[in-house]
Write a protein that binds this ligand. Structure first.
Ligand code: WQD
Length: 346
């Protein structure tokens, strides 16, 4: 059974991918430094995969520790999630984002190469498209970065493509996520952002559960169906299953690829809000405020390439995304833990 190293394994997308990989028959070794996640995830992963999870508390930028771990366990491939991912924060700390996101990627590639493994799935983002010139967005669309976070993802892809050019033994899948939302159907794991959520769905979830007073809608004068921003929301379990399909593609020797992981369909902020009210039975208080700097009116994927080359497509609709998000949030009103518990672990 191939052993897959998962970096950022206790994070939102990492934890859901852990469950999907085990369900698909892979053996998984998770690593994380808990910079943006909680060790409280681990017993829940254990429950969901039916065994003690293989995990090591490591920062991927600690090259020595990572190389030793990869060599000790004999890793066959890696899925690389570990990165800082807040657009706004990246504008305030650009060098920290470049060092952590690009340095961590190089550290991982070195550890894999030293161990004779050259299969890597890279967590990229639709943010590499900048402000899209046409919709839906295809993988061959113009790329541009509008913030240091997006630049770190764009350069991560370029670094891996150059690595392949120099050493064709590398097989790399760059997966460009659109807007991951929702939670595992068990309600045991889900999105638990630190502080005030930047993203729409976790903020809406916290209003529904009573942690936040009301949602501010960032602008209602866009050229969209109802004036509010349109995005391609994808269920996190569909996203996780997309990683399983990408790993199978690499293990089959079917070659490197870059693929959008989206549904191909856009929903507005107000459509998301109404769907969440249906799912939760709660009214979501909201008011319209000014546009958020850097936002685009609409962004959604052409998802055809992943369907053709990976045999994968998103299956869960917006109502399922909201229902699973609400189950997680209502079962865990304060997320995985209080701040005190988090500090105690660090
Ligand atoms: C979605 C829509 C907002 C919050 C971001 C990152 C991107 C990727 C996914 C990492 C927009 C509106 C939001 C709120 C609102 N992350 N909104 N009130 O901006 O599409 O993408 O997350 O890869 O890199 O940029 O997602 O959820 O922040 O916003 O009205 O309180 O919801 O204006 O139209 P976004 P989002």
């Amino acid at each position: 059974m191939p052993l897959v190293l998962l970096t950022g394994a206790t994070g939102y997308i990492g934890s859901h991918t852990w469950v999907a990989l085990c369900a698909a028959g892979f053996d998984v070794l998770g690593v994380d430094n808990f910079a943006n996640s909680s060790p409280a995830v681990l017993p829940r992963i254990a429950h969901l995969i039916g065994r003690t999870p293989r995990f090591e508390h490591i920062d991927v930028n600690d090259s020595g520790a990572l190389a030793a771990t990869v060599a000790r366990h004999g890793v066959d491939a890696a899925v690389h999630f570990a990165a800082h991912k807040a657009v706004g924060e990246s504008m305030q700390k650009p060098l920290a984002y470049f060092r952590n996101n690009l340095g961590g990627l190089v550290s991982l590639a070195e550890a894999l190469q030293a161990n004779g493994s050259r299969r890597l799935v890279f967590s990229s983002s639709a943010t590499v498209y900048g402000s899209p010139k046409s919709l839906p967005i295809r993988e061959d669309a113009e790329l541009s970065a509008t913030n240091p976070y997006g630049l770190s993802k764009l350069h991560g892809e370029q670094l891996l493509r150059e690595l392949e050019r120099c050493d064709p033994a590398w097989q790399v899948a760059c997966l460009r996520y659109f807007n991951p939302v929702g939670a595992h159907e068990s309600g045991l794991i889900g999105e638990d952002p630190r502080g005030v959520p930047n993203n729409l769905m976790p903020y809406v979830a916290q209003v529904a559960v009573g942690r936040r007073a009301e949602l501010q809608v960032h602008g209602s004068d866009y050229d969209t169906v109802d004036g509010t921003g349109v995005r391609d929301y994808i269920h996190v379990m569909d996203l996780a299953e997309g990683h399983v399909a990408a790993l199978r593609h690499l293990f089959d020797g079917a070659g490197s690829l870059t693929a959008n992981l989206g549904t191909g369909r856009g929903h507005s902020v107000l459509e998301v809000l109404r769907a969440y009210e249906r799912a939760s039975g709660r009214r979501i208080a909201h008011h319209v405020g000014p546009r958020r700097p850097g936002d685009v009116a609409a962004c959604y994927a052409d998802a055809e390439l992943a369907r053709q080359r990976l045999g994968w497509q998103a299956r869960r609709d917006l109502d399922a995304m909201c229902a699973d998000s609400w189950r997680w949030q209502s079962m865990n009103p304060q997320g995985f833990e209080t701040t005190q518990q988090a500090e105690a672990v660090r």
